[in-house]
Every structure is written in C-alpha cells, then in structure tokens.
Write a protein that binds this ligand. Structure first.
Ligand SMILES: Cc1cc2nc3c(=O)[nH]c(=O)nc-3n(C[C@H](O)[C@H](O)[C@H](O)COP(=O)(O)O)c2cc1C
Length: 348
C-alpha cells in the first residue's frame, strides 16, 4: 500500500534497510552522486546538498569560492548549475519529474535551487543515456585527435543550449577564432603575472598522490593548441620537477593544430540566475557531446578579466559570454578527483 503522507522519494525503496539508512537517504544519495560528477572551476566542487522530505536543496559552498578570479561567484554558480543539471537527470532516472525552483529564497542567496521530486513519469531513453554518460565525461586539456566532429553536432549542441535558455556561439570564422585565441593568450599572460591569481591556483593544485579529493592533480601543462593556452595549473609547483612528465602522458596520434571546434556559451543577461542557467546548459551540451565520445576543453581565463570578457562579447556580437570551449575527440579521458557524497550531503 502506498502511504500518501510520505514523499515519493520516501516511498521509493521499500523497506528501510537494517543499517538505519532511511529511504530518502538512498534516493538523495543517488541524486547527489550524479550531481558531484559535474565539472567545476579548478575542481573546487563548490556545492552542498540538503535532503528535505519533499526533495533536495542545492547550496553554494562559499568557502570554496575563488575570491580573486571569481569574486562575484559567476563560475561558482556555473559549476553549481552543471551539478543541478545532473540532479535533474538523476531524478528523471528514478522516475520522477523534477520541479526546480532557482534562487527560491532571497533571504538565503546561497540556496541556489530546490528540486522537488514531482510526479512519477518513466524516464525517456535519451534521459537514461545522458544519465549513464555522466561518469564518462571528463574535461580535456591540450590537443584533440584529428578526427572531425559529426557534422551536425555543433548545430545540435546550439539547439540544446537554446533549449536550456542559453546560447552556444560556434566560432567558425578563422579571423574570429584567432582573435578569441588572442584574448585567451592575453588573459593567461596577465594571470601569470598576478601573484594573487597564481596563489589561488596553486592552493587548488596538489601532488597527484596526496589523497586530496578536490583541486587539480599537478602535472606539466599541455602545450598551447593553435593559440589557445591551457591554464598553467602546476607551473613552478615544487613537486612538478620531481614528478616530471609523469603527471600527464603526452598525447599520441594528435595532428598539429588539432584545436577542435571552438564555441562560446552565452546568456542573454548576466544575473546570478543566468549563471545557473548557463551551468545547466553547459552540462547538457557536454553530456550530449560525450554520448558521441566528444570531449571539451575549457579556456575561461579571459572571462575572468572584465575588459577581455567585454572584448569577446563585442567581437562575436553575442550575449554575455559564460564559457569558452573547444570540442573534439581525445585519445584518453582523464578522470578527476571528487569528495565523497557523505561530505556534501546533510539531512534536515
Ligand atoms: C566554470 C568553469 C570554468 C572552467 N575553466 C577552466 C579553464 O579555464 N581551464 C581548464 O583547463 N578547465 C576549466 N574548467 C574545467 C575544470 O577544471 C574541471 O571541470 C575540473 O577540474 C573537474 O574535472 P572534470 O570536469 O574532468 O570532472 C572549468 C570548469 C568550469 C565549470
């Protein structure tokens, strides 16, 4: 018999297990396990989750904000938006229709979303596919293989971004792409000269074997690809010399200049709610691409400097730029660290 006084999540797994882990816990853990696999700026994983009787809350974890690179929390909220998209997928996978309210309580600005379980509806095969793909998506750095993208993919991804309320401006024009690359180079150079930015980056960089569950594993930075430098995560880190090239293997089978398809994720406005929309659109785009074994590399350095962000917007005649991406095929995907679910999920 279904007990109508209990939430759908509580009714989901019968009966409660003997370890005392409640039914809501199991569903909540399932959803949060999906959420935490989202990409995040410097792998800060700036989120926490609260399990309520009627659903889950997503909160920003301000202690993980990058105060120098991201003072307004734009990239923190994009990261949390990506986690929110995974929550939506996991709720669908459990057979519910998530009811999402963004920024539901102005008194608590760090409460980013309430996700109620909603009505029961079986997941569609596409949603199951995206959910299955969550653990297979990893951020790439460096060159792509010479294999071209499926020809229609950029158009499909732009449609997906639009469906999520954002935009994806594919940068096909050679001159536009070169100009965008110059902005990335200018930002990288400016940030390398800024000891506060470098300090922040290094505080999220640790030796590969130190057991830390967040941040980057230090290793040599990949070579610049067609003018798009990667973030210099481990430059001058004391352990780099010690580990040498062991951090990241050189990529084989790549063509020189395999920059991939360059695109900029945009939003119409630039409020906190737009950053959450951008994050959800980002993750939907990334997961759809990953179903076709297409990975993304990110170059968000110029968006952290207001004058370069404005220049990109002007050059591309687009909405507010939120992410700079390259898309392509990779030889090997590199998984990154995650904190365990128990560290980020609490109950009522
Ligand atoms: C808002 C945002 C900005 C990012 N900016 C960069 C970047 O500039 N360079 C880069 O190499 N990765 C960037 N990333 C990717 C993260 O470094 C990556 O998601 C994180 O290390 C976790 O790895 P994973 O995505 O493979 O799980 C960004 C991710 C997000 C969400």
């Amino acid at each position: 018999m279904v007990n109508a006084t209990r939430s759908p999540a509580e009714r989901l797994v019968e009966p409660a297990n003997p370890l005392g882990i409640g039914r809501t816990d199991l569903a909540a853990r399932f959803v949060v396990r999906a959420a935490i696999q989202a990409p995040s700026i410097h792998n800060t994983q700036p989120w926490r989750f609260v399990d309520r009787s009627d659903g889950l809350e997503l909160w920003a974890d301000r202690a993980r904000l990058l105060p120098v690179a991201d003072p307004a929390g734009r990239e923190m909220l994009i990261s949390c938006g990506a986690a929110l998209f995974n929550m939506r997928l996991a709720v669908r996978r459990l057979g519910f229709t998530p009811q999402v309210r963004l920024l539901p309580d102005p008194a608590y600005p760090d409460l980013l979303a309430r996700v109620a379980w909603g009505a029961r509806t079986a997941p569609r095969p596409y949603e199951e596919l995206l959910h299955r793909t969550i653990p297979r998506r990893h951020a790439h750095r460096g060159r792509f293989l010479a294999t071209p993208l499926p020809p229609m993919l950029p158009i499909v991804l732009a449609g997906i971004a639009r469906h999520e309320g954002a935009g994806l401006r594919v940068v096909k024009d050679e001159a536009e792409r070169r100009r965008l690359a110059e902005h990335v180079q200018a930002a990288e150079a400016a940030q390398l000269r800024d000891p506060r930015i470098l300090g922040e980056l290094l505080s999220w960089t640790a030796p590969p074997d130190d057991g830390r569950a967040d941040g980057f594993a230090a290793g040599p930075s990949p070579a610049e690809v067609d003018g798009f430098p990667s973030r210099t995560a481990a430059a001058d880190a004391p352990w780099e010399a010690e580990h040498g090239a062991g951090g990241r293997e050189p990529e084989r089978g790549t063509a020189p200049g395999a920059v991939g398809t360059v695109a900029v994720l945009t939003t119409r406005e630039d409020r906190r709610v737009d950053w959450l929309i951008a994050g959800q659109a980002l993750q939907h785009v990334l997961l759809h691409a990953a179903t076709l074994s297409v990975s993304a590399a990110f170059h968000t350095q110029p968006l952290e400097l207001p004058y370069l962000r404005a220049a990109i917007r002007r050059d591309l005649v687009c909405g507010h730029p939120q992410m700079v991406l390259r898309l392509g095929h990779v030889a090997r995907r590199m998984p990154s660290r995650r904190r365990p679910v128990a560290d980020v999920l609490s109950g009522e």
